[in-house]
Design a protein around this ligand. Structure first.
Ligand SMILES: Nc1ncnc2c1ncn2[C@@H]1O[C@H](COP(=O)(O)OP(=O)(O)OP(=O)(O)O)[C@@H](O)[C@H]1O
Length: 581
């Protein structure tokens, strides 16, 4: 575990070692006074006369040891913290770098809560390992070892007696580890679950409030918060008795030395000064020993977190190269695409071609695989088998950046950063001038609501764009897409859940985005795509049919069913065609 973490320390690894040595000096300074105390007691025991100089010299030495201990300890801590926080920085950069290479879809699935916990809480807990457990723990452990060896030279019988308490304490400690480790997995799973649920609950608070606190979300929140409490208490419940036991046994190194040592002295097997020396030393090792072992008790937890971090970092990366886009055009080909999020396959061999400059719609019942197909095109996931190609180039044979330059993907939920709307739109093309951004905003029908805002396009979007309505957020994201002007546009449910007025504006904005592009629209409302060049009907992860609205109405039972359902609830107008909208 130390080795794994120290790999991330880089150049600061040496600083950690230096801090250990400095702290070791510090701890030695904390134990030395017991030797001087013994030297002060010894003449009393042997009824020897000593001069004032002898006493003052030892008292001064005790004071100097105290000062040196403070200096070494502070210096050691400052070195270990410097190394620790630089290692945490390296770990966070490394985690970010590794995550960046993983499929975006996989990262999104992990949830904000659990990723935040890894990035902040779990990595922070490694500070204890590097800044304290490693340097302080090792130094504190070295001193008892050194002292016990010295004791053996003084009187091996008394030394053995002072070691007697140790196995008892260690047995209690091992019992605690065994009991604690068995509950550790459940404890961390509960912590992770609670993290995700709290983040989800806060994000969905609006819905929770509308549907009152008895809703499903609150129940899960309550259940997971209670679950975490129960698992934590269960963990402590099995550990506490053992913790109390070893905490009381370990410092009692004099437990056996005092009574049996006194008997040995009285029987003439040991001398009184030796017993005094061993007792003084015993008192000196109790505290460092307990401190060292207290760090030990945190190691299983830290080890668990480091293993989880390692697992996250070693997850499969997205297949891509550094090559630029070199497709001959912007036609799209899904070739025998199979895909499974986990074990269960959700797309079963989809093959279809989207010609350049056409408008293609994906339709199908909920869960039929429309969004999944779009996510495979924007390379949020790697296909399980088969291929996705643009202009004849496999998307795995180009960089994600090169692919992103070719595609504007407008997903169902749009995230806006808490910076001005102008900057949010500019994300579409970072080099764009203010005028170009404003022009895009105009084309995306944002003008009317921007005029209502006090600072217009310079208004801050608010946390995650919460200051704007759903329709307004979507139009901002369309402005981004207009500015980006990518040759392929993927619209996932762009006009879903919108009121008629917003929907009309949205359709006008969409017409701007898709002009002359290769377009894929994922639609729930069939009326919006009846004019599409091609409609692909998905059914339970299979491609049921491809054709125009008229053709499909005549021959495709799945489409007829969808159309009947749409007819009964439809009230809306039809958007333009990709090529001429
Ligand atoms: N992140 C995920 N993890 C596991 N399974 C998923 C995930 N996302 C979707 N699925 C499953 O994959 C299948 C296809 O889902 P997908 O979202 O592509 O369907 P869809 O046709 O777009 O549905 P909708 O119209 O409701 O959005 C469904 O069975 C769904 O439960």
């Amino acid at each position: 575990m130390f080795k794994k973490v120290l790999e991330y320390a880089g150049e600061y690894r040496k600083t950690t070692y230096t801090s250990m040595i400095v702290m070791l000096f510090g701890i030695v300074m904390s134990v030395l006074p017991f030797l001087f105390i013994y030297q002060l007691i010894r003449p009393l025991l042997l009824r020897e006369i000593v001069g004032v100089g002898y006493i003052l010299w030892r008292v001064a030495a005790i004071a100097v040891c105290g000062v040196l201990y403070a200096i070494f300890y502070v210096k050691g801590l400052s070195l270990s913290h410097r190394s620790a926080y630089n290692t945490l920085k390296n770990l966070r950069f490394s985690l970010q770098g590794k995550l960046e290479k993983q499929p975006l879809g996989v990262i999104q699935e992990k949830g904000v809560g659990s990723l935040k916990k890894m990035f902040i809480d779990d990595i922070d807990s490694i500070e204890l390992l590097l800044a304290h457990a490693l340097p302080e723990g090792m130094a504190n452990l070295a001193v008892p070892v050194f002292v016990f060896i010295t004791m053996f030279f003084v009187d091996w019988k008394l030394a053995l007696l002072s070691l007697c308490a140790l196995p008892l304490g260690l047995i209690a400690m091992m019992a605690m580890y065994k009991a604690g480790t068995s509950k550790m997995g459940a404890y961390y799973a509960a912590a992770q679950k609670m993290n995700n649920t709290i983040v989800e609950y806060i994000n969905g608070m609006e819905v929770v409030k509308v549907f009152n606190r008895d809703g499903e979300s609150y129940k899960r929140f309550e259940q997971d918060v209670r679950g975490y409490r129960d698992f934590t208490l269960a963990w402590y419940k099995v550990c506490w008795p053992w913790m109390a036991l070893y905490n009381s046994i370990l410092p009692c190194v004099a437990l056996f030395t005092l009574p049996i040592g006194a008997y040995l002295v009285l029987s003439g097997y040991s001398t009184l000064p030796d017993l005094a020396l061993v007792l003084c030393m015993s008192f000196g090792v109790g505290t460092p020993l307990l401190r060292a072992l207290s760090f030990l008790s945190t190691l299983p937890q830290i080890n668990y977190k480091i293993t989880a971090l390692e697992q996250l970092m070693s997850a499969p990366v997205l297949q891509q190269t550094k090559d630029p886009f070199s497709g001959k055009d912007h036609s799209i080909l899904f070739e025998n695409v199979h895909f499974a999020y986990r074990e269960e396959e959700v797309l079963h061999g989809i093959s279809l071609k989207v010609p350049e400059g056409s408008l293609t719609a994906f339709v199908g019942e909920s869960g039929s695989g429309k969004s999944t197909l779009a996510k495979l095109l924007v390379h949020y996931y790697d296909v399980t088998s088969g291929a996705v190609e643009i202009g004849g180039q496999d998307i795995r044979k180009m960089s994600v950046e090169a692919l992103n330059d070719q595609i504007s993907y407008v997903a169902q939920e749009q995230f806006l950063f808490n910076m001005s709307l102008l900057e949010n739109i500019r994300l579409g093309r970072p080099g764009a001038t203010d005028e170009e951004v404003m022009e895009a905003a105009d084309k995306a029908q944002c003008g009317e609501f921007l005029a209502r805002l006090e600072d217009g396009i310079h208004t801050l979007a608010g946390d995650g764009g919460k200051q704007l309505s759903g329709g307004e957020r979507q139009r901002i994201s369309l402005a981004r897409a207009i500015l980006k002007d990518a040759p392929i546009v993927v619209l996932d449910e762009a006009t879903a859940f919108m009121d008629p007025e917003n929907e009309e504006k949205m359709n006008q904005a969409i017409a701007q985005v898709i002009r002359g592009k290769t377009v894929i629209v994922i639609a729930h409302r069939l009326h919006s795509i009846v004019n599409a060049d091609r409609i692909c009907v998905l059914d339970k992860g299979n491609l049921a049919d491809i054709g125009t609205h008229g053709e499909l109405l005549k021959r495709c039972p799945e489409y007829q069913k969808l159309w009947r359902a749409a007819e009964s609830s439809a009230q809306w107008s039809v958007s333009g065609k990709g090529g001429d909208a």
